[in-house]
Design a protein around this ligand. Structure first.
Ligand SMILES: Cc1ncc(C[n+]2csc(CCOP(=O)(O)OP(=O)(O)O)c2C)c(N)n1
Ligand SMILES: [Mg+2]
Length: 347
């Protein structure tokens, strides 16, 4: 997918780029990549059941936005959600344990890869129904203002999610509530070019996806989702604006996933190896690493130290998941139906 002229270019001042925060962000992105590689290995070994969708290639979109947020902000996303949880501060070992279906997992082993949930860190899921979470996020943003807080909600979704009815319902309500400053929400379109095996050109009548959001009176901006400086630059500005005004905003991040749609998407007949290879030249981790090398003197040894640290963290997470207990059988009935609804006892 070609980059368009409309996309913002790097907007972080080179001097600011050498702040230690940027090495921490590189650390976070490398950790997420190593984590995802490990999940693919563990899935093949049969340790992870159900579905598995990894985020490799899109890291700058999670890290660039999430590092601009404050405690108390809320985040919703779809099923490609491991990176968001880790960037928000969930412990990698508890995320891995969730994928293994273990009791120590962040959803007590009952959610799996697609249903991570960690309210303590502002993570409101993790949803498997494509686009279903957009309405929940719009409602959460309304509640934040209704309760008089200055928190904001961030709602990530894929290009494919824009074709479900709830996308239109959520956008309309956000646009409407936003008129009176009652919907502080940042929508992020993670436009990775495909919905499973269907390209944007084949699934959307309008390929300028932002235009579809503007139809609901919500301003939009495209950004190069592989360049974390660009993503974070836009995020800093619009997060502040949303917090101040209570009005919704949408960022369309142009990005690319390096792995298949899900763990079962092995042959990937809908795209060529050359296309994937071409995008690998714009690896968001490589872009940040090179930039920090050029501007701030980050060395290969520094990067190796980070990579070794990340590999160890992930190995420890896998070991923790492996050694954790299965949920108790009674857990099958806990947190599943509302307390006030019918219980097994009175059925
Ligand atoms: C309502 C609904 N319809 C269909 C599916 C099957 N499905 C799972 S992922 C997916 C594609 C979504 O693509 P996109 O929103 O672009 O996200 P990406 O996988 O690219 O991150 C589909 C159609 C589903 N989970 N839910
Ligand atoms: Mg997509």
């Amino acid at each position: 997918m070609a980059r368009t002229k409309e996309q913002a270019s790097a907007t972080i001042d080179p001097a600011a780029a050498c702040a230690p925060e940027w090495t921490d962000i590189l650390r976070q992105m490398i950790l997420i990549r190593r984590f995802e590689e490990a999940t693919e290995r563990e899935f093949r070994k049969g340790k992870i059941g159900g579905y598995l969708h990894v985020y490799s290639g899109q890291e700058a979109v999670a890290s660039g936005i999430i590092t601009a947020l404050q405690k108390g902000d809320a985040l919703f996303t779809g099923y490609r959600d491991h990176a968001h949880a880790i960037a928000l501060g969930s412990e990698p070992r508890r995320v891995m344990a969730e994928l293994f279906g273990k009791a120590t997992g962040i959803s007590k082993g009952k959610g799996g890869s697609m249903h991570l949930f960690d309210v303590e860190h502002g993570f409101y899921g993790g949803y498997g129904i494509v686009g279903g979470h957009l309405t929940l996020a719009a409602g959460a943003a309304y509640a934040q203002r209704y309760r008089g807080t200055d928190h904001i909600t961030v709602c990530y979704f894929g290009d494919g999610a824009m074709n479900i009815g709830s996308f239109h319902e959520a956008m309309n309500m956000a646009g409407l509530w936003g008129k009176s400053g009652m919907c502080p929400i940042l929508f992020i379109i993670e436009n990775n070019g495909y919905a499973m095996g269907t390209s944007v050109e084949r699934h959307s009548a309008l390929t300028d996806l932002s235009q579809r959001v503007r139809a609901y009176n919500i301003p939009t901006e495209k950004v190069d989702g592989q360049d974390i400086f660009a993503v974070r630059g836009v995020a800093d500005r619009v997060v502040r604006q949303i917090r101040e005004t209570g009005k919704p905003y949408c960022i369309e991040a142009i990005t690319y996933r390096f792995s298949g749609h899900g763990a079962a998407d092995i042959l990937q007949p809908y795209r060529s190896k050359d296309e994937v290879e071409e995008h690998r030249h714009r690896d968001p981790i490589g872009i940040l690493r090179n930039r920090l090398g050029e501007i701030c003197g980050l060395t290969d040894d520094d990067v190796k130290e980070i990579e070794d640290w990340a590999s160890k963290e992930v190995a420890a997470a896998v070991q923790f998941a492996e050694e954790s207990p299965q949920p108790e059988a009674e857990e099958l009935w806990r947190d599943i139906v509302a307390e006030h609804g019918p219980t097994r006892e009175n059925e």
